[in-house]
Design a protein around this ligand. Structure first.
Ligand SMILES: [Zn+2]
Ligand SMILES: [Zn+2]
Length: 380
Protein backbone atom coordinates (compact mmCIF):
# COMPACT_ATOMS: atom_id res chain seq x y z
CA UNK A 1 0.00 0.00 0.00
CA UNK A 2 1.50 3.37 -0.98
CA UNK A 3 2.08 5.96 1.69
CA UNK A 4 -0.23 8.87 2.33
CA UNK A 5 0.65 11.53 -0.28
CA UNK A 6 0.27 14.35 2.26
CA UNK A 7 2.79 12.59 4.43
CA UNK A 8 5.13 12.01 1.49
CA UNK A 9 5.17 15.69 0.56
CA UNK A 10 5.00 16.73 4.21
CA UNK A 11 2.12 19.14 3.72
CA UNK A 12 -1.06 19.62 5.80
CA UNK A 13 -4.39 18.17 4.65
CA UNK A 14 -5.65 21.62 3.71
CA UNK A 15 -2.48 22.60 1.84
CA UNK A 16 -2.99 25.00 -1.04
CA UNK A 17 -2.01 24.19 -4.62
CA UNK A 18 0.96 26.50 -4.19
CA UNK A 19 2.12 24.77 -1.01
CA UNK A 20 1.91 21.39 -2.69
CA UNK A 21 3.82 22.57 -5.72
CA UNK A 22 6.49 24.13 -3.56
CA UNK A 23 6.85 21.04 -1.38
CA UNK A 24 7.25 18.82 -4.41
CA UNK A 25 9.79 21.11 -6.03
CA UNK A 26 11.84 21.17 -2.86
CA UNK A 27 11.76 17.39 -2.49
CA UNK A 28 12.48 16.84 -6.16
CA UNK A 29 15.52 19.07 -5.97
CA UNK A 30 16.80 17.20 -2.95
CA UNK A 31 16.32 13.82 -4.55
CA UNK A 32 17.50 14.66 -8.04
CA UNK A 33 19.73 11.93 -9.48
CA UNK A 34 22.43 14.44 -10.31
CA UNK A 35 22.59 15.30 -6.64
CA UNK A 36 22.45 11.69 -5.47
CA UNK A 37 24.00 9.75 -8.32
CA UNK A 38 24.74 6.64 -6.30
CA UNK A 39 21.78 6.51 -3.99
CA UNK A 40 19.05 4.15 -5.20
CA UNK A 41 16.87 5.17 -2.26
CA UNK A 42 16.80 8.71 -3.51
CA UNK A 43 15.40 7.42 -6.78
CA UNK A 44 12.66 5.45 -4.99
CA UNK A 45 11.80 8.42 -2.83
CA UNK A 46 11.69 10.64 -5.87
CA UNK A 47 9.23 8.32 -7.58
CA UNK A 48 7.14 8.27 -4.45
CA UNK A 49 7.14 12.07 -4.29
CA UNK A 50 6.19 12.28 -7.97
CA UNK A 51 3.32 9.85 -7.34
CA UNK A 52 2.10 11.89 -4.39
CA UNK A 53 2.30 15.05 -6.45
CA UNK A 54 0.31 13.50 -9.29
CA UNK A 55 -2.52 12.84 -6.86
CA UNK A 56 -2.48 16.09 -4.91
CA UNK A 57 -1.94 18.39 -7.89
CA UNK A 58 -5.15 17.17 -9.54
CA UNK A 59 -8.20 18.44 -7.68
CA UNK A 60 -10.41 15.57 -8.80
CA UNK A 61 -7.92 12.92 -7.82
CA UNK A 62 -7.20 14.68 -4.59
CA UNK A 63 -10.89 14.75 -3.69
CA UNK A 64 -11.20 11.05 -4.50
CA UNK A 65 -8.20 10.26 -2.38
CA UNK A 66 -9.45 12.45 0.47
CA UNK A 67 -12.69 10.52 0.56
CA UNK A 68 -11.72 6.97 -0.36
CA UNK A 69 -7.97 6.73 -0.06
CA UNK A 70 -5.73 4.80 -2.41
CA UNK A 71 -8.41 2.15 -2.92
CA UNK A 72 -10.72 4.81 -4.27
CA UNK A 73 -8.12 5.94 -6.77
CA UNK A 74 -7.50 2.42 -7.95
CA UNK A 75 -11.22 1.79 -8.30
CA UNK A 76 -11.41 4.94 -10.39
CA UNK A 77 -8.83 3.50 -12.75
CA UNK A 78 -5.96 5.59 -11.64
CA UNK A 79 -2.66 4.20 -10.50
CA UNK A 80 0.55 6.12 -10.66
CA UNK A 81 3.11 4.16 -12.60
CA UNK A 82 6.47 5.73 -12.78
CA UNK A 83 8.05 2.37 -13.32
CA UNK A 84 7.33 2.86 -16.99
CA UNK A 85 9.88 5.59 -17.06
CA UNK A 86 13.48 4.77 -17.77
CA UNK A 87 14.98 6.93 -15.14
CA UNK A 88 14.35 9.63 -12.66
CA UNK A 89 15.73 11.99 -15.27
CA UNK A 90 12.78 11.11 -17.52
CA UNK A 91 10.28 11.82 -14.79
CA UNK A 92 12.01 15.09 -14.25
CA UNK A 93 11.71 16.02 -17.86
CA UNK A 94 8.01 15.19 -17.73
CA UNK A 95 7.44 17.51 -14.78
CA UNK A 96 9.92 20.27 -15.39
CA UNK A 97 10.87 20.11 -19.05
CA UNK A 98 14.17 19.03 -20.55
CA UNK A 99 16.23 21.54 -18.65
CA UNK A 100 15.21 20.00 -15.36
CA UNK A 101 15.16 21.89 -12.14
CA UNK A 102 18.65 23.19 -12.36
CA UNK A 103 18.59 24.60 -15.84
CA UNK A 104 22.34 24.86 -15.59
CA UNK A 105 24.82 24.03 -18.28
CA UNK A 106 26.68 21.70 -16.01
CA UNK A 107 23.83 19.29 -15.62
CA UNK A 108 23.56 18.22 -19.20
CA UNK A 109 20.64 20.24 -20.45
CA UNK A 110 19.86 19.75 -24.07
CA UNK A 111 20.86 16.13 -23.93
CA UNK A 112 18.03 13.69 -24.30
CA UNK A 113 17.38 11.73 -21.17
CA UNK A 114 17.80 8.45 -22.99
CA UNK A 115 20.30 6.89 -20.64
CA UNK A 116 22.97 9.44 -21.39
CA UNK A 117 25.52 9.77 -18.60
CA UNK A 118 25.47 12.71 -16.25
CA UNK A 119 28.02 15.49 -16.26
CA UNK A 120 30.60 15.83 -13.52
CA UNK A 121 32.20 18.92 -12.07
CA UNK A 122 35.93 18.85 -11.33
CA UNK A 123 38.10 21.61 -9.89
CA UNK A 124 41.76 22.28 -10.60
CA UNK A 125 43.84 24.92 -8.88
CA UNK A 126 46.79 26.57 -10.61
CA UNK A 127 48.99 29.58 -9.92
CA UNK A 128 49.19 32.79 -11.89
CA UNK A 129 52.33 31.84 -13.79
CA UNK A 130 50.66 28.61 -14.92
CA UNK A 131 47.63 30.63 -15.98
CA UNK A 132 49.96 32.80 -18.06
CA UNK A 133 51.82 29.99 -19.76
CA UNK A 134 49.16 27.33 -19.82
CA UNK A 135 49.66 24.07 -17.98
CA UNK A 136 48.84 20.40 -18.13
CA UNK A 137 46.92 19.94 -14.88
CA UNK A 138 45.44 16.79 -13.50
CA UNK A 139 42.56 16.29 -11.13
CA UNK A 140 41.25 13.20 -9.37
CA UNK A 141 37.54 12.67 -9.45
CA UNK A 142 34.92 10.01 -9.04
CA UNK A 143 33.01 8.92 -12.08
CA UNK A 144 30.59 6.19 -13.05
CA UNK A 145 32.30 4.03 -15.65
CA UNK A 146 31.53 1.01 -17.71
CA UNK A 147 32.21 -2.10 -15.65
CA UNK A 148 35.34 -3.88 -16.86
CA UNK A 149 34.32 -7.28 -15.55
CA UNK A 150 31.24 -7.57 -17.74
CA UNK A 151 32.22 -5.01 -20.37
CA UNK A 152 29.13 -3.07 -19.48
CA UNK A 153 26.61 -5.77 -20.40
CA UNK A 154 25.79 -6.51 -16.76
CA UNK A 155 26.23 -10.30 -17.01
CA UNK A 156 28.68 -12.49 -15.10
CA UNK A 157 31.36 -13.38 -17.63
CA UNK A 158 30.39 -16.56 -19.49
CA UNK A 159 26.70 -16.37 -18.62
CA UNK A 160 23.98 -15.79 -21.21
CA UNK A 161 22.09 -12.62 -21.88
CA UNK A 162 18.48 -12.91 -22.91
CA UNK A 163 16.14 -10.70 -24.85
CA UNK A 164 14.21 -8.39 -22.55
CA UNK A 165 10.61 -9.49 -22.22
CA UNK A 166 9.25 -6.14 -21.21
CA UNK A 167 10.28 -4.28 -24.36
CA UNK A 168 10.65 -7.25 -26.68
CA UNK A 169 14.29 -6.38 -27.21
CA UNK A 170 13.79 -2.91 -28.64
CA UNK A 171 15.05 -1.25 -25.46
CA UNK A 172 12.36 1.38 -25.85
CA UNK A 173 8.95 1.79 -24.26
CA UNK A 174 6.05 4.02 -25.19
CA UNK A 175 4.65 5.65 -22.12
CA UNK A 176 1.51 7.63 -21.61
CA UNK A 177 1.72 9.73 -18.51
CA UNK A 178 -0.48 12.30 -16.94
CA UNK A 179 1.35 15.33 -15.77
CA UNK A 180 0.12 18.63 -14.35
CA UNK A 181 0.46 19.93 -17.91
CA UNK A 182 -1.74 17.32 -19.52
CA UNK A 183 -1.24 13.90 -20.99
CA UNK A 184 2.12 13.14 -22.53
CA UNK A 185 3.18 10.30 -24.76
CA UNK A 186 6.84 9.71 -24.85
CA UNK A 187 9.32 7.06 -25.73
CA UNK A 188 11.90 6.22 -23.17
CA UNK A 189 14.41 3.54 -22.42
CA UNK A 190 13.01 0.31 -21.02
CA UNK A 191 13.29 0.23 -17.24
CA UNK A 192 14.04 -3.47 -17.10
CA UNK A 193 16.93 -3.59 -19.56
CA UNK A 194 17.86 0.08 -19.28
CA UNK A 195 17.53 0.53 -23.03
CA UNK A 196 19.71 -2.43 -23.88
CA UNK A 197 16.97 -4.73 -25.12
CA UNK A 198 18.76 -7.57 -23.37
CA UNK A 199 18.97 -8.68 -19.77
CA UNK A 200 21.61 -10.81 -18.09
CA UNK A 201 20.51 -14.11 -16.55
CA UNK A 202 23.12 -13.87 -13.78
CA UNK A 203 23.97 -10.28 -13.00
CA UNK A 204 27.64 -9.33 -12.84
CA UNK A 205 28.81 -9.39 -9.22
CA UNK A 206 31.12 -6.42 -9.57
CA UNK A 207 28.44 -4.01 -10.71
CA UNK A 208 25.27 -5.80 -9.53
CA UNK A 209 24.23 -6.15 -13.14
CA UNK A 210 24.16 -2.45 -13.82
CA UNK A 211 27.08 -2.56 -16.21
CA UNK A 212 28.51 0.53 -14.55
CA UNK A 213 30.34 1.29 -11.37
CA UNK A 214 31.97 4.24 -9.62
CA UNK A 215 35.73 4.55 -9.99
CA UNK A 216 38.32 7.15 -9.12
CA UNK A 217 39.90 8.60 -12.20
CA UNK A 218 42.56 11.10 -13.02
CA UNK A 219 41.56 13.71 -15.52
CA UNK A 220 44.32 15.36 -17.52
CA UNK A 221 43.38 18.88 -18.46
CA UNK A 222 45.19 21.14 -20.87
CA UNK A 223 44.64 24.50 -19.26
CA UNK A 224 45.18 27.10 -21.98
CA UNK A 225 47.37 30.17 -21.48
CA UNK A 226 45.37 33.21 -20.43
CA UNK A 227 42.67 31.39 -18.47
CA UNK A 228 41.04 33.44 -15.74
CA UNK A 229 39.94 32.37 -12.30
CA UNK A 230 36.47 30.81 -12.37
CA UNK A 231 36.44 29.80 -16.02
CA UNK A 232 35.31 26.32 -16.98
CA UNK A 233 36.71 23.88 -19.47
CA UNK A 234 34.38 21.27 -20.91
CA UNK A 235 35.86 17.89 -21.61
CA UNK A 236 33.43 15.96 -23.72
CA UNK A 237 32.75 12.36 -22.84
CA UNK A 238 34.58 12.35 -19.53
CA UNK A 239 31.47 12.49 -17.35
CA UNK A 240 29.49 9.50 -16.11
CA UNK A 241 29.06 6.59 -18.47
CA UNK A 242 25.68 6.31 -20.14
CA UNK A 243 23.52 3.22 -19.96
CA UNK A 244 22.53 0.97 -22.82
CA UNK A 245 25.22 2.27 -25.13
CA UNK A 246 24.17 5.88 -24.65
CA UNK A 247 26.96 8.45 -24.66
CA UNK A 248 28.81 9.47 -21.51
CA UNK A 249 28.30 12.87 -19.96
CA UNK A 250 30.90 15.60 -19.97
CA UNK A 251 33.36 16.76 -17.36
CA UNK A 252 33.35 20.44 -16.54
CA UNK A 253 36.64 21.58 -15.09
CA UNK A 254 36.43 24.67 -12.94
CA UNK A 255 39.79 26.44 -12.96
CA UNK A 256 40.78 28.33 -9.84
CA UNK A 257 43.79 30.63 -10.15
CA UNK A 258 45.52 31.23 -6.83
CA UNK A 259 46.19 34.81 -5.80
CA UNK A 260 49.74 35.99 -6.39
CA UNK A 261 51.60 37.85 -3.67
CA UNK A 262 53.02 40.46 -6.05
CA UNK A 263 50.59 40.76 -8.91
CA UNK A 264 46.97 41.67 -9.21
CA UNK A 265 45.31 40.82 -12.46
CA UNK A 266 43.08 43.25 -14.27
CA UNK A 267 41.89 41.75 -17.49
CA UNK A 268 45.07 41.05 -19.42
CA UNK A 269 47.14 43.51 -17.43
CA UNK A 270 49.05 42.77 -14.28
CA UNK A 271 49.52 45.44 -11.63
CA UNK A 272 52.33 45.49 -9.11
CA UNK A 273 53.62 48.02 -6.59
CA UNK A 274 57.28 49.08 -6.43
CA UNK A 275 58.64 50.86 -3.37
CA UNK A 276 60.95 53.79 -4.19
CA UNK A 277 62.73 55.68 -1.35
CA UNK A 278 62.04 59.40 -1.58
CA UNK A 279 65.67 60.42 -2.32
CA UNK A 280 65.81 57.80 -5.10
CA UNK A 281 62.59 59.18 -6.55
CA UNK A 282 64.12 62.66 -6.44
CA UNK A 283 67.42 61.60 -8.00
CA UNK A 284 66.17 58.98 -10.46
CA UNK A 285 67.51 55.43 -10.75
CA UNK A 286 67.32 52.16 -12.57
CA UNK A 287 65.42 49.67 -10.43
CA UNK A 288 64.69 45.98 -10.73
CA UNK A 289 61.07 44.87 -10.74
CA UNK A 290 59.76 41.34 -10.63
CA UNK A 291 57.87 40.24 -13.70
CA UNK A 292 55.75 37.15 -14.07
CA UNK A 293 58.64 35.17 -15.52
CA UNK A 294 61.70 36.84 -13.99
CA UNK A 295 62.84 40.39 -13.42
CA UNK A 296 63.15 43.50 -15.55
CA UNK A 297 64.89 46.83 -15.13
CA UNK A 298 62.84 49.99 -15.18
CA UNK A 299 64.01 53.55 -15.24
CA UNK A 300 62.64 55.76 -12.51
CA UNK A 301 62.97 59.30 -13.74
CA UNK A 302 64.40 62.08 -11.49
CA UNK A 303 61.53 63.82 -9.72
CA UNK A 304 59.20 60.81 -9.85
CA UNK A 305 56.06 61.45 -7.81
CA UNK A 306 54.08 59.04 -5.60
CA UNK A 307 51.53 56.99 -7.52
CA UNK A 308 53.14 57.36 -10.92
CA UNK A 309 52.71 54.32 -13.10
CA UNK A 310 55.33 52.76 -15.34
CA UNK A 311 54.24 50.34 -18.02
CA UNK A 312 56.21 47.34 -19.18
CA UNK A 313 54.58 46.42 -22.43
CA UNK A 314 53.72 42.80 -23.19
CA UNK A 315 54.63 41.62 -19.70
CA UNK A 316 51.03 40.98 -18.66
CA UNK A 317 48.78 37.97 -19.22
CA UNK A 318 48.14 36.48 -22.63
CA UNK A 319 44.65 36.56 -24.05
CA UNK A 320 42.94 33.19 -24.32
CA UNK A 321 43.84 31.69 -27.66
CA UNK A 322 45.96 34.63 -28.78
CA UNK A 323 49.66 35.38 -28.63
CA UNK A 324 49.29 39.04 -27.68
CA UNK A 325 49.93 39.77 -24.04
CA UNK A 326 48.72 42.55 -21.80
CA UNK A 327 51.05 44.93 -19.96
CA UNK A 328 52.64 45.07 -16.56
CA UNK A 329 51.67 48.26 -14.75
CA UNK A 330 54.11 49.28 -12.03
CA UNK A 331 52.67 51.67 -9.48
CA UNK A 332 55.51 53.59 -7.82
CA UNK A 333 55.10 53.91 -4.10
CA UNK A 334 57.42 56.67 -2.89
CA UNK A 335 58.52 55.80 0.63
CA UNK A 336 59.47 58.62 2.98
CA UNK A 337 62.44 57.55 5.16
CA UNK A 338 61.74 57.08 8.86
CA UNK A 339 63.91 56.76 11.99
CA UNK A 340 66.64 59.04 10.66
CA UNK A 341 70.08 58.94 12.28
CA UNK A 342 71.70 62.13 13.42
CA UNK A 343 73.75 62.42 10.24
CA UNK A 344 70.75 61.72 7.99
CA UNK A 345 68.74 64.27 9.85
CA UNK A 346 71.35 66.91 9.20
CA UNK A 347 71.35 66.05 5.49
CA UNK A 348 67.57 66.23 5.34
CA UNK A 349 67.65 69.60 7.11
CA UNK A 350 70.20 70.85 4.61
CA UNK A 351 68.03 69.66 1.75
CA UNK A 352 64.93 71.23 3.31
CA UNK A 353 66.63 74.59 3.80
CA UNK A 354 67.95 74.61 0.27
CA UNK A 355 64.61 73.90 -1.42
CA UNK A 356 63.21 76.64 -3.62
CA UNK A 357 59.90 76.96 -5.40
CA UNK A 358 61.62 75.59 -8.46
CA UNK A 359 62.07 72.26 -6.67
CA UNK A 360 58.43 71.94 -5.73
CA UNK A 361 56.58 73.00 -8.83
CA UNK A 362 54.41 70.19 -10.02
CA UNK A 363 54.39 69.26 -13.67
CA UNK A 364 50.75 68.41 -13.38
CA UNK A 365 48.36 68.75 -10.53
CA UNK A 366 47.59 65.78 -8.31
CA UNK A 367 44.10 65.82 -9.73
CA UNK A 368 45.26 65.74 -13.34
CA UNK A 369 47.54 62.85 -12.52
CA UNK A 370 44.74 60.89 -10.92
CA UNK A 371 42.61 61.41 -13.98
CA UNK A 372 45.43 60.30 -16.25
CA UNK A 373 46.00 57.15 -14.23
CA UNK A 374 42.33 56.27 -14.32
CA UNK A 375 42.15 56.80 -18.06
CA UNK A 376 45.22 54.68 -18.44
CA UNK A 377 43.58 51.80 -16.60
CA UNK A 378 40.38 52.06 -18.54
CA UNK A 379 42.25 51.97 -21.81
CA UNK A 380 44.25 48.94 -20.75
ZN1 LIG B 1 29.80 -5.71 -14.34
ZN1 LIG C 1 13.73 -4.00 -22.05
Amino acid sequence: MPRDPYEVLDVPRDASEQQIKKAFRRLATELHPDVNPEDPQAEERFKEAAGAYEILSDSERRATYDRYGHDGLRAGGYAPNFDGFGSVGDIFSAFFGESGLFGGESFGSGRSARGAGGDVAVTVEIDLLQAATGVAASAEYEVVERCDTCNGNGAEPGTPIETCERCGGSGQLQMVTRTPFGQMVRTGPCDVCDGDGRVPVSPCKDCQGRGRRAVRQVLEVDVPAGIADGQRIRIAGRGHAGSGGAPAGDAYVLVRVREHERFVREGQDLITVLDVPAPVAALGAELEVPTLDGTATVEVAPGTQPGEVLTLRNQGMPALGRARRGHLQIVLNVVIPRNLTHAQRELAEQLRDSLTEENLVAEESMFAKLRRTLRHHQAA
